[in-house]
Design a protein around this ligand. Structure first.
Ligand code: 26V
Length: 826
């Protein structure tokens, strides 16, 4: 039954329509906040909770974005410009309030207005819950891209899933990670607008009926996807991008009639069940599980997004002829790769476009970014599962594959093994669909996320495809938004930069190079160090609050925050900590540089080794922090529940940034960029974007150590034997022995045997091979820290060299080289 509520209203087009233009003065904001408290939240001074004040403030700033948001949508519609649609399973946006206040330009005035109203602005800001709709790097990159699209004025939008539960909250209980559900919208979500008029049926299951050369997909279980829109404001409100997230709703009639009246309750339960598809974010970014619900999620959001994209296109076009001139669709990793067979299905089955024409459109519309080379994370789906859930899509994939393999055979008639290698179907054991190959086949451009990663990508996982289509492959080095990651997170340093080079670096980050001459300026150095100390104080307070550990701001803040993964080698960092602890005990009167080593990060709930490393960090912390002989010389902190809002406090306070993945494993990293931009020095391997950071800040201003990618390969090829390093390095041996003997777990001496055994017997990520160089490099770090002015000089040169790592640069490259989309606003 059509829902008449959702059809466009008629007869209003010429009626007078005036709405209030809002001013940005303190007085106007005061009235706005009070108005929103009374009219939107429904409270007054007597009854308002802190949540009510916060929502009143949300509304007051959101109101001030609306005008530009409507204008952005109207201009892109009227100009019929080409748009880009960024499809991503994850958008890790974090908090929105401070960012919105700064974008609109009312941060200081809103604070004053709140104060005048008797509300504690800083406390309010801290009450906002993070939107944690992502695992880590990939999701946070998508969030930075939306910010940059709005700032550069690019027409386009993000599409994803409105998960009821975001990334789990991490509690540390007795040193171990405990996961708690993140029901982030319990108190409502003031930023979103429900758009029930944009609702689409998404089909699952059923069977195919062949009618001539036409296929019908029938007897399906359907679910409705309903749109919720959030505005993403660009810097100074250049434009406002749209993030459209889909929620699952049961179809109105579903199966109700299939039940007799007596089964009413069960019928309603079945409806609820179908809504599970948008319930929860998968918190595992390390292994591919092949879980049915995950496949349902992927298809759910892809199908709704594509139906929405075609609806919008058809509003102003009578045929599909111009589709590829008006629409670019980007696949953020392979998670949205079903968009390929879905677009084919919609065009061929629903709109009767001829197969070859439809395929030609697909190949001009799609582009794809790869974010990892790790084989465990490369998605494949069992053919059985896909055939049961998405029979039409499986058939389309088989048809695409047959045509593709025939082409390959024509070009390389004598290479039979090539066909097996590039097939979209992996025929080993249980047959599986290779989602990365499907994405490559459909895309005119495929990119990696750093120079090294893009290079390795064409030499390893896509080597055969790079031979077929060399021109499709390219690099787009990641970036970060300087608005959130410097302007917002680090007010002391931003103010200092503003005072010296003006404020426009927020939009043109290259201007930071004007700081270079100031690196030798003693006065600037001390102002720079003062800013760092202020940030360290803020973090020290937070550490005390959350862990009870007291740390000195005079100590070197040595920080590693990121997902817990073996390849990221938090354990190597910890080996250094234990080594240092031993040496402090052996030489208590030596001139130690005091250190505070901070860790933070979540482990996938089923990742045994990652969880054991968290326990080891906490056990080491307990022993070291309570050892009177050590005092301030060494403190170890594991900050629970690492997330975007916590990163905004930790990163500005870091002196040293740990980016120590095994060379060739970290595709890019973006945390590395955030730290360097905030004036931390990096200790890192020759991996991912560390390499480009080194080239931009100067090799003399970064601590690089360890085996490089080719050396890693050679070491493994020659039969790597970790025991050799253990036997020949006394400090390493003592360090591992202490852990193995239970020095940090006396109540359970064997607790970490799985860790020490793995290190000595396989050590796939080569921690032992890099240990000696890492320790020696940490000593160089100490030596430099003893010379505070020289340290400050190098840190300033890091900030000054980070211009190219703005996500504005990255997004412009995507727009120019891949999407061919032009800015509508400047
Ligand atoms: C993978 C999987 C595998 C299947 C199950 C669910 C799931 C969810 C997320 C992922 C993503 C892993 C890839 C990822 O996050 N890569 C990171 O991307 C960053 C942005 O490009 C980059 O800076 C990091 O180096 C890279 O690890």
């Amino acid at each position: 039954m059509p829902n008449t509520l959702l059809t466009p209203a008629t007869g209003t087009a010429t009626a007078p329509f005036e709405y209030e233009q809002l001013e940005n003065s303190v007085a106007a904001l005061r009235v706005s906040i009070a108005n929103r408290l009374v009219y939107a939240v429904g409270k007054d001074l007597r009854s308002a909770t802190r949540r009510d004040w916060l929502f009143a403030l949300f509304h007051a700033v959101r109101d001030r974005m609306m005008h530009k948001w409507r204008e952005t949508l109207a201009v892109s519609q009227d100009s019929d410009a080409k748009r880009v649609y960024y499809l991503s399973m994850e958008f890790l946006t974090g908090r929105a309030l401070t960012n919105a206040l700064l974008s609109v330009g009312i941060y200081d005035d809103a604070r004053e207005a709140c104060t005048q109203l008797g509300a504690d602005f800083d406390a309010l800001i801290d009450l906002e819950t993070d939107a944690g709709l992502g695992n880590g790097g990939l999701g946070r990159l998508a969030a930075c891209f939306l910010d940059s699209m709005a700032t550069v004025g690019l027409p386009g939008m993000g599409y994803g899933i409105r998960y009821d539960f975001g990334m789990f909250a991490q509690k540390i209980v007795d040193g171990r990670q405990v996961e708690e559900p993140d029901y982030w919208m319990v108190n409502g979500n003031p930023w979103e607008f429900m758009r029930p008029e944009f609702s689409y049926e998404v089909q699952f299951g059923g069977r195919l009926v062949q009618e001539g050369d036409h296929v019908r997909w029938v007897d399906t279980d359907d679910v409705i996807a309903t749109a919720y829109d959030t505005g993403v404001p660009g810097h100074e409100l250049t434009s406002v991008s749209t993030l459209r997230l889909w929620t699952a709703r049961a179809t109105s009639g579903i199966n109700l009639d299939a039940f007799n009246k007596g089964d009413y309750m069960r019928a309603v339960e079945a409806k609820n069940e179908s809504e599970n598809v948008s319930r929860v974010l998968y918190p595992d970014d390390s292994t591919e599980h092949g879980k049915e619900l995950r496949l349902r999620q992927e298809y759910f959001f892809v199908s709704a997004s594509l139906q929405d994209i075609l609806r919008r296109y058809l509003k102003s076009h009578g045929s599909f002829e111009q589709l590829a001139e008006k629409v670019a669709i980007h696949l953020n990793d392979t998670h949205p790769a079903l968009a390929v067979p879905e677009l084919m299905r919609l065009l061929v089955d629903e709109y009767q476009v001829e197969w070859d024409a439809a395929w030609a459109l697909c190949q001009r519309i799609f582009s794809y970014t790869n974010h990892t080379l790790m084989s465990e994370a490369l998605e494949t789906w069992p053919v059985d599962l896909m055939g049961r859930l998405l029979p039409r899509h499986l058939r389309i994939i088989y048809d695409l594959n047959a045509r593709f393999l025939a082409e390959v055979h024509d070009r390389f008639p004598n290479e039979n093994d090539l066909l097996r290698r590039v097939s979209l179907i992996d025929e080993h054991g249980q047959r599986r669909v290779r989602m990365a190959y499907l994405s490559v086949l459909a895309s005119h451009k495929i990119n990696g996320v750093s120079a090294l990663h893009s290079d390795l990508m064409v030499k390893t996982i896509f080597a055969d495809f790079a031979r077929l289509w060399p021109d499709r492959f390219n690099n787009k080095t990641n970036g970060i938004t300087p608005r959130r990651w410097l302007s917002q997170a680090n007010r002391p340093l931003s103010a200092l930069i503003d005072a010296r080079i003006g404020t426009t670096w927020r939009r043109n980050l290259d201007e930071l190079k004007q700081l270079r001459p100031l690196a030798d300026d003693a006065e600037f150095q001390s102002a720079f160090r003062l800013a760092k100390t202020q940030n360290k104080k803020r973090l020290a307070e937070r550490i005390a609050q959350e862990t009870g550990i007291v740390v000195s701001t005079d100590s070197l803040f040595d920080v590693q925050i990121k997902r817990m993964h073996e390849y990221k080698r938090q354990l190597l960092n910890l080996l250094h900590v234990v080594t240092r602890y031993q040496q402090i005990l052996a030489h208590p009167n030596a001139n130690w540089v005091p250190r505070t080593v901070v860790f933070g990060g979540k482990a996938a709930s089923a990742y045994y080794m990652a969880k054991l490393v968290i326990k080891l960090i906490n056990d080491v912390a307990r022993v070291v922090n309570h050892d009177k002989r050590v005092g301030d010389k060494l403190k170890v902190v594991f900050m629970p529940n690492y997330r975007v809002s916590l990163a905004e406090v930790i990163i500005p306070a870091a002196d040293l940034s740990e980016q120590i993945s095994t060379a060739g494993t970290e595709a890019s990293g973006t945390g590395n960029m955030k730290f360097a931009l905030n004036g931390a020095l990096t200790i890192g391997t020759w991996d991912g974007a560390n390499i480009e950071i080194a080239e931009n800040v100067g090799l003399e201003n970064i601590f690089i150590f360890g085996h490089r990618t080719e050396q890693v390969a050679a070491l493994r090829a020659s039969g790597y034997n970790p025991r050799r390093y253990y036997d020949h390095n006394y400090d390493l041996k003592t360090t591992i022995d202490r852990i193995a003997e239970g020095a940090f777990s006396p109540e359970e001496p064997n607790r970490f045997h799985d860790i020490t055994r793995t290190l000595l017997e396989s050590d796939y990520y080569l921690l032992l091979a890099d240990y000696a160089d890492y320790i020696a490099t940490q000593q160089k770090v100490d030596e430099l820290y003893r010379r505070p002015n020289e340290w400050a000089r190098q840190a300033i040169l890091n900030v000054a060299g980070m211009g190219m790592f703005s996500s504005d640069r990255t997004i412009r490259e995507y727009a120019d080289d891949i999407w061919k989309v032009k800015p509508l606003f400047q």
